[in-house]
Ligand binder design. Structure first.
Ligand SMILES: Nc1ncnc2c1ncn2[C@@H]1O[C@H](COP(=O)(O)OP(=O)(O)OP(=O)(O)O)[C@@H](O)[C@H]1O
Length: 250
């Protein structure tokens, strides 16, 4: 199952307080194939992102970056591979005490590999890409929700990752904000970034992904493209796409 330029997990089990969140879970994110993970609230979607990033450790099974199994390794042993992935967290997770520019350049300043001038150039480029360059000296508290999300994307881009994970990137935005973020994600994909998204918003998912993974009760119950999902006769998938009275209070 392992591709030399893909990331994923095999036969992975993860539980919290003896409650299974993922059971014998197989997942593959191939380079160039943009994917969304779907499932009801609490199904374990964000947990998948955290496991792939090595932020959580599975009880069994393995997580791999290409041919390298990272399970059981220290972060320092897979740091170079890990740098190929960036995540945009749900609320943006910006540092409140730093300006927009400092947030975007934070990782580069920490690494210390580039000069101040080079880092400032990256900051301006990335802020310009997401269309908020004029906010460079503002603090997160001075930004709208949509701007915060765009700054968070600029920060993810600063390290020039190959893969970008998005956790609910359009939640809480108005339709224009949603359109802007979807457009931004499509431009990133056109530049060769591979995206993995967790969202409840089906229009966002369909606008930005070719493949869909559906999670239900700790297991993967569907994998396929939009048409296959729309034609699926799996009850949970059908209910998710077309909620009925039966969905009330489940
Ligand atoms: N630190 C924790 N302690 C206890 N339970 C947790 C913890 N983190 C997550 N969980 C539980 O694990 C399950 C999966 O959480 P996860 O955030 O991955 O779900 P999700 O599908 O992303 O949900 P949502 O769509 O609401 O964001 C949830 O039932 C959640 O309550």
């Amino acid at each position: 199952m392992t591709g030399s330029d893909s990331i994923g997990m095999e036969k992975l089990c993860y539980s919290i307080n003896n409650r299974a969140i993922l059971k014998d879970f197989d997942f593959l994110l191939e380079r160039g194939v943009n994917r969304t993970i779907l499932g009801v609230s609490g199904a374990g979607k964000t947990t998948i992102l955290k496991l792939l990033l090595g932020l959580l450790k599975p009880q069994s099974g393995r997580v791999f970056f290409g041919d390298l199994c990272i399970t059981g390794l220290r972060e320092s042993q897979y740091r170079e591979q890990r740098k190929r992935i960036a995540i945009v967290f749900q609320g943006g997770a910006l540092f409140d005490s730093m300006t927009v520019g400092e947030n975007v350049g934070y990782r580069l300043f920490e690494e210390g590999k580039l000069t101040q001038g080079e880092i400032e150039k990256v900051i301006c480029e990335k802020l310009s890409f997401v269309g908020v360059e004029r906010a460079i000296n503002l603090y997160p508290s001075e930004l709208s929700g949509g701007m915060k999300k765009r700054v968070a994307i600029a920060r993810a881009l600063a390290a020039n990752p190959d893969y970008i994970f998005f956790d609910e990137p359009t939640t809480g935005l108005d339709p224009i904000g949603v359109y802007n973020i979807c457009n931004l994600i499509q431009r990133l994909q056109a530049e060769g970034k591979t995206t993995l998204m967790v969202t409840h918003d089906l229009p966002t998912a369909f606008a930005t992904s070719e493949r869909f993974t559906f999670l239900h009760q700790a297991r993967l119950i569907f994998e396929g493209n939009e048409q296959e999902m729309r034609n699926s006769d799996i009850p949970e998938v059908r209910e998710f796409l077309h909620p009925t009275e039966q969905s009330l209070f489940v």
